[in-house]
Design a protein around this ligand. Structure first.
Ligand SMILES: C[S@@+](CC[C@H](N)C(=O)[O-])C[C@H]1O[C@@H](n2cnc3c(N)ncnc32)[C@H](O)[C@@H]1O
Length: 285
């Protein structure tokens, strides 16, 4: 296991269960976002995302879920994801241990591979849970969205005296539309299941305060820690893969060299084309 960072932003490169057991204090975390391997066969830099049996996968998940619940403060919130196949198991497991307040659907434009003989997956589920439904952070004002009334003119609330236009802002519902991270997007990193910063922004703004500590035990490209830092929260990120952890060192700690290695990402193919064109142009003049 390796550690990087400081008291504000910590990166652990190692196994989530071991780091949770040995490095994270009980009742110390305000917000947890968990986006684990989904057991659907993705390739995480050579590490398989497929367990021998569904039962093996779920037992592994239940081990870290129990640990996460210990780490969460009494006033804390947990957002947890997995594949559509396994979210029912998570839901049933969690509902006896914590309050599930929302079952969120993160809906996106198109699936990578188009299914031909069944309906392709166009969403990922997220459970929003709190330890104490009478005492938790929810900054509704920070995440308001424009209400789509379908009306061209402003609707007037005649129950008010004098009548006033309806408030056009509302707390978002439980279907969230955000595009997936694509190669050409500025935030893209080399990882198969990177989550969009917009998704984490909503979660962190709603469910934490400035200075709070946010934990992500399967950090991937460290989107959670990156957004937490931008929003003046503290972060703890865990990731088993060395290359992905280096993305975190660059993205979160803003460190561009590690033991002599350059951590800056490779230029993208279309950027290389542009650089080549520029060089040819400059050579001509
Ligand atoms: C679904 S991805 C997370 C993506 C992340 N939310 C992002 O925005 O980039 C799951 C990550 O868990 C990591 N992982 C798999 N097994 C792990 C383990 N035992 N401990 C810590 N990380 C692990 C994988 O390498 C992968 O990067």
């Amino acid at each position: 296991m390796s550690e990087f960072g400081n008291n504000e932003h910590k990166i652990y490169q190692g196994d989530a269960i071991k780091v949770l057991q040995n490095k994270i204090k009980n009742n110390s975390i305000d917000l947890i976002f968990v986006d684990p391997p989904y057991n659907i066969g993705k390739d995480f830099n050579g590490r398989k995302d497929k367990w021998k049996t569904d039962e093996d996968y779920l037992n592994w998940c239940y081990t870290w879920i129990d640990l996460l619940l210990k780490k969460l403060k009494k006033t804390g919130s947990l957002y947890i994801m997995t594949s559509t196949q396994f979210i029912p198991n998570f839901d049933i497991y969690l509902r006896n241990k914590i309050e599930i307040l929302s079952r969120i659907v993160w809906s996106y434009d198109s699936s990578g591979v188009q299914a031909k003989k069944y309906y392709g997956s166009m969403y990922e589920p997220i459970l929003f849970c709190v330890k104490d439904k009478n005492n938790y952070t929810f900054n509704s004002d920070e995440i308001l969205v424009e209400a789509k009334t379908g009306s061209k003119r402003k609707l007037i609330d005649y129950r008010k005296n004098p009548p006033q236009p309806y408030n056009t802002k509302k707390v978002p519902g439980n279907v969230w539309d955000y595009p997936r991270v694509r190669y050409r997007m500025a935030e893209y990193e080399n990882h198969p299941t990177q989550k969009p910063t917009k998704l984490l922004e909503r979660i962190i703004k709603a469910s934490s305060k400035k200075g709070d500590t946010i934990l992500d035990p399967f950090s991937g490209t460290f989107t959670t820690s990156y957004v937490a830092k931008k929003l003046n929260r503290k972060s703890i990120g865990i990731e088993i893969d060395e290359d992905y952890s280096k993305i975190g060192v660059r993205r979160v700690l803003e460190q561009f060299k590690l033991n002599g290695e350059d951590l800056r990402p490779e230029p993208k193919t279309y950027q290389i084309k542009k650089i080549k064109q520029q060089t040819i142009f400059e050579a001509k003049i």
